[in-house]
Design a binder for this molecule. Sequence first.
Ligand code: MN
Length: 232
Amino acid sequence: MNIAAPAYVIEPTAIPTLPVAGSDKLFPVRRVYCVGRNYAAHAVEMGHDPNKEPPFFFQKNPDNLVTDGNFPYPPASNDVHHEIEMVVALKSGGKDIPVERALDCVYGYGVALDMTRRDLQGVAKDMGRPWEVGKAFEASAPCSALVPAERIGHPKDGAIWLDVNGERKQTGDLNQMIWKVPEMISYLSGLFTLKPGDIILSGTPSGVGAVKRGDVLRGHVDGVGDIEVRVV
Ligand code: MN
């Protein structure tokens, strides 16, 4: 039998990966799902009623993840916002996953920034257009190393915060999530077939705001870890 390596007409791009804390091995990323308005206070600050909405999702591109501590200010925007979020990384998936089995799919957790071209997102909202130009641009998802759940368990409460240049801008608690981690996995799996390597950005607490070149963003999730990113 002849097992030939596949021949590509162009060189394939490498699979995006995230580092794993305390390990030389990498976590290969398949898809990046993001939950919108998952903390009540943030929904309110964006002008929405947090009580009336089922969860909704958008996606970033896996290669939007960056882990080198730099966030290059993107083109075509004058209003780029920080959103600190806990990352949920899946080691397994499926369809129609029951809430009570959803945490079995979780490999680990991390800390990320859902960087957002708020001005372009606002235009998209006003015109009923997709959000990709506001959300899924280059380097729009700075991310920490992942920490395996077998080491830290499954965080359900604890502080989540972000400092900009040493000043506290965003604060919340994981227990303020409108849709909890098992619920978001279960709900997502009714819409998409989840697979190993999928990650979910679980939403941001209130206090989002604009960044500028030179800013140092330092974020934290209790029980998970920290992220530090410089806007360049
Ligand atoms: Mn977000």
